[in-house]
Write a protein that binds this ligand. Sequence first.
Ligand code: PLP
Length: 450
Amino acid sequence: MGLNNQWMQRDLSVLWHPCTQMKDHEHMPVIPIQRGEGVWLHDFEGNRYLDAVSSWWVNIFGHANPYINQRVKDQLDNLEHVILAGFSHQPVIELSERLVNITPAPLTRCFYADNGSSCIEVALKMSFHYWLNTGKPEKKRFITLSNSYHGETLATLSVGDVALYKETYEPLLMSVITVPSPDCYEREAGATWEEHSRMMFEHMERALEQNHEEVAAVIVEPLIQCAGGMRMYHPVYLKLLREACDRYDVHLIHDEIAVGFGRTGSLFACEQADISPDFLCLSKALTGGYLPMAVCMTTDKMYEAFYDDYVTMRAFLHSHSYTGNPLACAAALATLDLFEQTDVIAANRVLAEHMKKATAHFVDHPHVAEVRQTGMVLAIEMIQDKANRTPYPWQERRGIRVYEHALKNEALLRPLGSVVYFMPPYVITPDQIDHLASVAWEGIQLATRD
Ligand SMILES: *Cc1c(COP(=O)(O)O)cnc(C)c1O
């Protein structure tokens, strides 16, 4: 038995993998990875895989990046962790200062969590608690978009809307107000993204008008609903939403966990709408894909509403054991250094243009409904019947055929249902993009053949 197989057997006898029907592994291998280098993941038998999904959207500067490695190693020799209540440390202070500097002006406070879902919970709790502290306890509901995704804990599933993850747990969830998404895949033929996004805002306007007195916040994934199949919309929606939230006295939560740090073509997606949310949630690429950490950034106004004598019980008494972990902060500081050392956003513009060119012909494929792109995310929607826009039945799992084909051809492409997408680390080269494009093309051919 080969080394890969040995590790796979040991894995399957003790692990339970995330987001996986474990029975699938009776016929699909678990791929043990021995080491990573740049965009490549290497297994134990000399095979390699181009990480086109940035290991679940976290990695931006490549695996085992020498610079990030060194900063984490240096930190390791000084301080691995310390309680963040009552105590502090250099990396978390420096990181917070830098985050405040690079995000829109009203965001002045950093509250840390140790994963994206927890970070969203922080924002939801803080928003509700703000209204409680300011004498509006009736504001306790949330408005969310259809097809949105905000994590896997019960509260984040509640404000999410991807049936695959949510439906089973519905009896456990809180009730929210769900407004149709501005998703531009659904636009009328001939309509621009901007026109469609603008038109769809009417639903949001109405929901706010009718419910604002009991609504604490609106939560959105700016520009791309990633887990919802890389569905995209125009920044004008965010602009209209900011104005409406101000008019109706409702908080705006931006979940930039997946899109923050350059993914959409600007450092943060909110920049493209020239607005600032009341809560900005960041995670994933925050540490360059190295360590689990998240930050919920908010304003002085929010902070002040909690600042009082202890006995008033206005404090935000939320915590996680690993809040502000120094190793994770060191990885985040190194990641920010890399953004400063080169113009990553400009370099990404060139790579994004290359991704666009490399996949320009896909739209002519009889089973491709759309190729869409926002910055460093490019998605190809496979479809059963192009003329009638009939999707493939989900039970057919067409995407898995693309996944399996890619594995045989040095690529890790992990479609979301029938949506094949590239969301690679920013250190990918044009040649590697060409390789991904040809593997994806062949994979789509195979997956849609019958
Ligand atoms: C991944 C993700 C989350 C959840 O983050 P976890 O660290 O996986 O809990 C929340 N929102 C968005 C938009 C995400 O992509």
